[in-house]
Ligand binder design. Sequence first.
Ligand code: SF4
Ligand code: SF4
Ligand code: SF4
Length: 279
Amino acid sequence: MTPPAQTLADRIEALLPQTQCTKCGFHGCRPYAEAMARGEAACNRCPPGGAEGIRRLSALLGTAALPLDTNCGNEQPRAVARIDESLCIGCTLCTQACPVDAIAGAPKQMHTVLPDWCTGCDLCVAPCPVDCIDMVPVTGDATGWAAWSQPLADASKARYQSRNARLVREREENDARLAAKAAAKLEALQAESTQSDAEQAAQERKRAIIAAAIERARQKQQAARPRNTENVSPAVQAQIDAAEARRAKAGKIGTSTACEPPDTGNAAPPSSDHKPEQA
Ligand code: SF4
Ligand code: SF4
Ligand code: SF4
């Protein structure tokens, strides 16, 4: 099978160090690559790639090799994060910040950096509330690509993508749990008997809140589904219908929904990218 053609953004991204440090001013290497491909960003904004990285990018793009834009940072030896474990309070803020899952630890327990996975992005340093993370240079005088390598970049990209996939999966699972909880709450509410007008009004208010939350979740889930399904041929429409039927059979329609917590006094907490609701 012929491999899919690479876009310009793909080829640019392949030249970036994949530390995901955001020093270029973009939320990771891929968005920066896309901005360069659109001609909206210069190719001298990546300190981890340094002068060699700029040379590679400008050769691909056919532009002049500008000096590094030091507003984004300086080219310097690569560092690895080190946690002073005697000070760590186990708050997990560093693990939430690390783009490549290079920090091991659990809530209220000591955390430690996996040095072979650490890209030196330093994104874990600022969130630490007890300032117990130091960045320790590990490459002597070597900087930029001389302090990094393509296998390391490839491994970092794989870990970054794996982490993102896990976060999406956790968020979807959490959303599904919240949706199921809201549906169960609505059912229980409808089964409650009411005596006075005041009780009836209170029940109706709660029911409306929960129903609105469920409807918002349904609309959110609907918006997340593929939209390029208009004006398709009958054959493609049949394929879409078959896929929808399989999704429904697998329980992926109407259950895997995002749901904000109903405001009924004892609602579940909101979902989050980093901290799914605990069962
Ligand atoms: S490694 Fe370079 S391109 Fe990637 S996020 Fe950091 S500065 Fe941006
Ligand atoms: S441990 Fe810190 S410096 Fe190392 S990759 Fe993770 S966030 Fe970046
Ligand atoms: S942010 Fe600091 S205190 Fe919190 S777990 Fe990480 S190293 Fe420990």
